[in-house]
Design a protein around this ligand. Structure first.
Ligand SMILES: [Zn+2]
Length: 144
């Protein structure tokens, strides 16, 4: 397992244990972890605090994102993908896109390299969550 993806999975699990949505994210710059984060929409009552947004928020102002990669346990949605494109983050590594296809084509059309690891651990984590908390998940992806 990629050590940065393992960190993102640990963040996702932390979110789930807090009663939230199990999606974690890690920002890496020049091979070092800059920040970690996880979806806090439930915990903070904040609809835009997705895992990637929380991670970027925790990183603060880092200047250029040129040598960064962002990890997410799930394929980024259009909001997070928009931020990734806007910040010129060149590479996104995702745990899976089976439970949510997200905005891969949008990112790729803007020159972002997207790597989908298709990890069973990430798929199972989301499937379990979606099965147990369908209303929370539907709210997160605006399928109300
Ligand atoms: Zn998102």
């Amino acid at each position: 397992m990629d050590k940065f993806m393992q960190l993102a999975i640990d963040e996702a699990k932390k979110g789930r244990s807090e009663g939230g949505i199990p999606i974690g994210s890690v920002l890496v710059k020049d091979g070092k972890v800059i920040a970690t984060g996880h979806n806090k929409r439930v915990q903070e009552n904040n609809p835009i605090l997705h895992g990637e947004m929380d991670c970027l928020n925790n990183a603060g102002r880092i200047g250029s994102y040129r040598n960064t990669m962002i990890y997410s346990t799930l394929m980024p949605c259009y909001m997070c993908a928009g931020t990734i494109v806007q910040f010129k983050i060149p590479k996104v590594i995702v745990g899976e896109s089976k439970t949510f296809s997200g905005a891969r084509e949008f990112m790729e059309s803007h020159g972002v390299e997207v790597v989908d690891l298709n990890l069973p651990e990430c798929i199972e984590m989301m499937e379990d969550f979606i099965q147990k908390k369908p209303e929370l998940w539907d709210e997160d992806i605006m399928e109300l």
